[in-house]
Design a binder for this molecule. Structure first.
Ligand code: NCD
Length: 311
């Protein structure tokens, strides 16, 4: 029997900390929020949510802030470049201050393990909006939810993950999420240099997942029901020469899609750079903007569960 640890006051550091049943529960609350057109009253009236993003963000920060506002919470935002961090204050002291002010903190850092460290320092729940190359749990929740919503199932689909599987935390968390949902095989599609790190492969294998490898998307696109595309994480390459070797090595375009199943869906955590050509947006395959639209209701559900206004 799966023992639910419950959502109340839970930190969200890695998708690996969650059971399938817990994620299903989150998804069913997300469904209800969407049914109500996101008008669920103001259950978080009086609560304060802090966002602390030490790395660029559009969707993650703003969709969390939108979710918080819709639920009636107030939002405070740390701007690292004009905070006392710029005077040399430590990360730990900064997080302690936010913990004094807020009921929950959503954060992002380029440093692996930063969210875990924050969770050790802070009394209030921490939601990891991305820590370096490691984890992006709430993006994975949105991604898995998108597949369920658009395909009505997760089992039995042929799923490919394309792009920077080495440095991309969204792709990594997505693959872990598939493992939690019992997916038995996936296609890893990337130039050799961008295949997942050994620790990630090991974790996937612990789920008894069979991993298929392809260097070229055109070789296997006709097999796939779901293709998860990611950008090359230029900013995370220790060596610019390494980036130069792989840049522009893959792109989804109309010509390639002529080989795909009619029902193929193309997902992407966004931002897109050049890995999906813009004319793909108008095809029925493109679901990445739909996927992004689930961020607000899913993050509303998450905030409600963690802050205990919904069980
Ligand atoms: C991703 C991230 O920050 O990891 N963006 C997001 O939150 N949707 C993906 C990326 O930056 O490539």
């Amino acid at each position: 029997m799966i023992v639910m640890r419950g959502w109340l006051n839970r930190d969200v550091i890695s998708i690996l900390d969650f059971e399938k049943d817990e994620l299903e529960h989150l998804f069913s609350l997300t469904d209800k929020i969407i049914e109500k057109n996101m008008n669920v009253g103001k259950p978080l009236d009086g609560k304060i949510i802090a966002t602390a993003f030490f790395e660029p963000s559009t969707r993650t920060r703003l969709s969390f802030e939108t979710a918080a506002h819709k639920l009636g919470a107030s939002v405070i935002t740390l701007e690292p470049s004009i905070s006392s961090l710029a005077k040399g204050e430590s990360f730990a002291d900064t997080m302690r201050m936010l913990d004094n002010y807020a009921d929950l903190i959503v954060m992002r850092s380029s440093l692996e393990g930063a969210a875990k460290l924050a969770a050790e320092i802070c009394e209030h729940p921490i939601i990891n909006g991305g820590d370096g190359t490691q984890h992006h749990p709430t993006q994975a929740m949105i991604d898995i939810y998108t597949i369920k919503k658009l395909k009505n199932r997760i089992d039995g689909l042929s799923i490919g993950v394309l792009g920077d599987l080495k440095y991309g935390r969204a792709a990594t968390s997505f693959m872990y999420g598939l493992g939690i949902f019992g997916i038995k095989e996936i296609w890893l599609i990337a130039p050799k240099e961008l295949m997942p790190r050994d620790d990630v492969l090991l974790t996937l294998k612990k789920f008894n997942m069979e991993l298929h490898y392809a260097e070229n998307i055109s070789d296997i696109i006709n097999n796939l029901d779901v293709l998860y595309v990611t950008r090359i994480q230029k900013e995370r390459f220790p060596d610019p020469a390494e980036y130069e070797r792989v840049k522009g090595t893959y792109q989804i375009n109309l010509q390639l899609l002529s080989k795909a199943k009619e029902s193929l869906i193309i997902m992407h955590p966004l931002p897109r750079v050049d890995e999906i050509s813009y004319d793909v947006d108008a095809t029925k395959h493109a679901v990445y903007f739909k996927e992004a639209s689930y961020a607000v209701p899913l993050r509303m559900a998450l905030l409600m569960l963690i802050l205990g206004v919904e069980k």
